[in-house]
Design a protein around this ligand. Structure first.
Ligand code: SF4
Ligand code: SF4
Length: 111
């Protein structure tokens, strides 16, 4: 069976939390827990003088890649809702290729 994954390109993540809310609604997760949690990496300055202030959507152990939605031919809820197009659902191979091409400020999640 082909293993699927989420590719997360957080370079343009705005920290809007829409993915978090979409996941919560889809999976019926209460306010005290998360299926997707948006983390914030506060401003940091590298030795070269450049500043970095990032947000990244982090799928937790409750993420099952929206198996029920995907079985119906839909995209995972968080992927559907991200206006910045930071999230992509695909095979591990496809996501790995995207990660290699991107190089930085990206990650892959597999449940
Ligand atoms: S794929 Fe589905 S379960 Fe996983 S984080 Fe996104 S919305 Fe939540
Ligand atoms: S991944 Fe997309 S939906 Fe989630 S906080 Fe970032 S921009 Fe918003």
């Amino acid at each position: 069976m082909t293993q699927n994954a989420l590719y997360i390109n957080y370079e343009f993540c705005t920290g809007c939390h829409s993915c978090e809310i979409a996941c919560r609604n889809e999976k019926g997760i209460g306010l005290d827990d998360f299926g997707m949690k948006v983390l914030e990496d506060r401003p940091r300055q590298h030795a070269d003088g450049s500043w970095h202030w990032d947000y990244i959507g982090y799928p937790t152990e409750l993420c099952d890649l929206c198996a029920d939605r995907v079985a119906e031919g839909k995209l995972p809820s968080c992927v559907q809702m991200c206006q910045a197009k930071c999230l992509h659902y695909g095979t591990v191979d496809e996501c790995a290729q995207m990660l290699t091409k991107k190089g930085s400020k990206a990650a892959i999640f597999m449940p």
